[in-house]
Design a binder for this molecule. Structure first.
Ligand code: COA
Length: 175
């Protein structure tokens, strides 16, 4: 994807949320969103480990191989940088006709480093991946989240996401 610079701050995030074209116009200092590079993996692994408590290097290498090769086939792996340091990332892709639904953009993961939170970074990442989905031609974004993760639920609700038409079902598979 093309690199974008996004105005810092919640007010900026809020105004561009209500008027997406302002995000594209925002060219001030502070936050930069671009496609992930191989060299970004160490800070990404650190941020993920700070959220999940697990360091999953092999997993992140395979995610990068699959999603980190630029914006192709609707796949996106984006990072947010402040002063050149990776402070967050988002991963998603367009899935066609899965679960019986017309093509839509799925967000699989979004994480912001604890010290960089509540400053609009998550909002800017979601806006950037949404813009990529629009460029890929889809008009709906979906995600799944753990029912007890109130933080991520508050975040997605703040971005306008609501309970959708799909529901998740699961079962434990015995040996
Ligand atoms: C959720 C997360 C991505 C938000 O990132 P962020 O950069 O702090 O988000 P923003 O600053 O853009 O916040 C946007 C809005 O989200 C909501 N929000 C964010 N953090 C919140 C918190 N701790 N409590 C309540 N609401 C919150 C608010 O409505 C906020 O808007 P406001 O600041 O105007 O009130 C970040 O907290 C994170 O990485 N958490 C861990 C994520 C996780 O569990 N990932 C694993 C599953 S994918």
């Amino acid at each position: 994807m093309t690199e974008t610079r996004v105005r810092r701050g919640r007010a900026a995030a809020r105004s561009s949320r209500t008027n997406p074209s302002r995000a594209a116009l925002a060219q001030t200092d502070g936050l930069q969103i671009r496609s992930a590079r191989r060299a970004d993996l160490d800070p990404i692994i650190t941020i993920d480990a700070s959220v999940t408590g697990l360091e999953k290097r092999k997993y992140w290498l395979s995610v990068f191989r699959r999603y980190g090769q630029g914006e192709r086939s609707g796949q996106q792996f984006l990072v947010a940088l402040q002063q050149g340091q990776v402070v967050g990332f988002v991963i998603g892709e367009v899935r066609d006709w899965e679960f019986g639904s017309p093509p839509c953009g799925w967000v699989f993961a979004i994480d912001v480093a604890p010290q960089a939170r509540l400053a609009g970074v998550g909002t800017a990442l979601l806006q950037a991946i949404s813009a990529g989905f629009r460029r890929a031609g889809v008009r709906k974004l979906r995600t799944l989240l753990a029912r007890d993760n109130t933080l991520i639920l508050s975040f997605f609700r703040s971005q306008g996401l609501m309970a959708g038409a799909l529901m998740s079902l699961e079962i434990d598979l015995d040996d």
